[in-house]
Write a protein that binds this ligand. Structure first.
Ligand code: NAD
Length: 497
């Protein structure tokens, strides 16, 4: 998720990958595509609005079959030495790296985000998860205890069949951040990608198979909330990791309650960026832009509430506005474009509605707020990077997740006030602090109620740095050794001597 506006390198591999776009997306069960008779879901390319695929949603019977196949495959996978499992996952990472451009191209078709972002951010970050968790699993040790007449040891054992339910904004990263730890820990994994983004997961499945992962260990079940609910209810699935909205998180918990599934919830946010007057001004301006307009603002941890200290607020808003107005919006594949499309017409309408709500609540639209129809992409889902000023903490645009390119700017006077207002939210995913004062950086990072805090940077997540939410942003952590614990449980053995 490295924020950058690097120009796209779309060349032969990317064009070649265009041929991989499927017209029909079918669930992958036991290594084979399986057709379904349920009504198809149309998949549109966000940059043009064209229907580019039909997704066949899986039926309940198909899910039953996938779980059965997964259960059979998992038994021998769990018995395979961790070192052997790791070799396959490392091999998968290598094959995915070779296919980096293809995967990025698919991600563009899925999401409408910039090729330059997919190729340098989402895709490599997903691939790294396979190398990272392969390394972690080979280093995993158990515990040992000794008493007068007995010894005991405990080891981590896999859960069985785990499922991932994905959001649409980071399909590659979501697929990999969930499946890599699940597989490393000795589980079988079933992925339900978002019904908006079916492509990239299919290619991940092919590459895992090519790396030697036995059939049945990584399967894809396509469909929407209906099959998602069936996954939650399925007695053969031990764990679900969801990336999605807060309301969906609540549904997943209640739907999974009967079968007492383990759950990880990566949910939404309304994260603050605190810009103090002792910051590196240019860095702070760029960070605020990246933390709002990268992937057209469709990033869960984005810092959509930018709190600026009063003494620099006027200059800061002027610099932000000028830079936002200079961002070029359009064809996600074009080298000179800096913001791509939003995911769908419905989502674009929702984001534009929020801008109108903000204006009706008294916010000033400092820049943006309008839909865009770039030449040649008139039917795509584009809008202007938008900055709202004169915001107050009680406005809906300041309290609710918008999930688009809309930044709210708020002004504060001192550190205590900034921290108190930053924490005045039900969410707790990310937060940022821009300051050159080391003491303040630590003090504020400690006081902020969120799973992640970035100082003088934002949204950077190298492998090994736990990522996840506090409060209503969810629970559980991805991208770190702790994630393996969520895909396994402890077994203790007591031996009387
Ligand atoms: P969503 O909650 O609408 O859907 C997420 C997934 O859940 C989809 O696959 C959907 O089909 C499935 N689903 C929906 N209802 C379900 C149900 N009742 N039972 C089972 N499955 C169900 O989210 P979205 O619109 O795809 O993504 C945007 C949301 O995801 C935002 O709120 C964003 O903040 C969040 N998100 C969080 C993170 C994170 O890591 N914390 C990352 C990316 C996105």
């Amino acid at each position: 998720m490295e924020p950058s506006y690097v120009p796209a390198q779309q060349d032969e591999p990317a064009k070649k990958a265009g041929k991989l776009i499927m017209q029909i997306c079918q669930s992958l069960i036991g290594g084979k595509p399986v057709n379904s008779n349920l009504p198809v879901i149309e998949k549109r390319y966000p940059a043009t609005g064209e229907v580019i695929a039909h997704i066949e949603p899986a039926s309940g019977e198909m899910l039953d079959r996938a779980v059965e196949v997964a259960q059979q495959a998992q038994v021998s996978w769990a018995k395979t030495d961790a070192f052997e499992r790791a070799k396959i996952l490392h091999c998968a990472a290598s094959l995915m790296r070779e296919a980096n451009d293809e995967l990025a191209h698919l991600e563009v078709r899925d999401v409408g985000k910039l090729f330059s972002e997919a190729v340098s951010g989402d895709v490599p970050s997903g691939i790294d998860a396979f190398d990272y968790f392969a390394a972690c699993i080979t280093a995993q040790n158990g515990d040992f205890n000794k008493w007068d007449n007995a010894i005991g040891y405990s080891v981590r054992v896999p859960l069985g069949v785990c499922a991932g339910i994905g959001a649409w904004n980071y399909p590659m990263q979501i697929a990999c951040w969930k499946s890599a730890p699940a597989l490393a820990a000795g589980n079988a994994f079933i992925l339900k990608p978002s019904e908006e983004t079916p492509f990239v997961a299919q290619r991940v499945a092919e590459l895992l198979q090519a790396a030697g992962l036995p059939n049945g260990l990584f399967q894809i079940i396509h469909g929407d909330a209906d099959i998602g609910a069936a996954i939650c209810a399925h007695p053969g699935i031990a764990k679900i990791s969801l990336t999605g909205g807060v309301e969906t998180g609540r549904m997943i918990m209640s739907q999974s309650a009967h079968s007492l599934k383990r759950i990880t919830l990566e949910l939404g946010g309304k994260s603050p960026l605190l810009v103090f007057d002792d910051c590196d001004f240019d860095l702070a301006v760029q960070t605020a832009l990246d933390a709002n307009f990268y992937t057209a603002g469709e990033v869960c941890s984005n810092a959509t509430r930018v709190f600026v200290q009063r003494s620099i607020a006027d200059d800061f808003i002027a610099a932000l506005t000028a830079k936002a107005e200079a961002l070029r919006v359009g064809d996600p594949m074009a080298r000179d474009i800096q913001m791509g499309a939003l995911i769908s017409a419905r989502h674009l309408a929702k984001v534009l509605d929020y801008v109108a709500i903000g204006a009706s609540e008294g916010a000033t639209i400092a820049t943006g707020g309008q839909q865009l129809q770039p030449q040649g992409f008139e039917n795509g889902y584009f809008m202007q990077p938008t900055i709202l000023t004169n915001c107050t903490d009680d406005m809906r645009v300041v309290r609710e997740e918008i999930f688009g390119p809309v930044m709210s700017v708020l002004i504060f006077d001192d550190e205590d006030e900034a921290v108190r207002r930053a924490n005045d939210t039900d969410f707790g995913l990310g937060a940022g602090v821009m300051t050159k004062d080391l003491g303040r950086a630590h003090r504020v990072a400690n006081a902020l109620e969120s799973g992640n805090v970035w100082v003088n940077s934002y949204n950077l997540l190298p492998p090994g740095l736990p990522f996840g939410g506090a409060k209503q942003s969810g629970f559980g952590r991805e991208n770190s050794a702790a994630t393996l614990d969520a895909y396994s449980e402890i077994k203790s053995v007591y031996i009387q001597l």
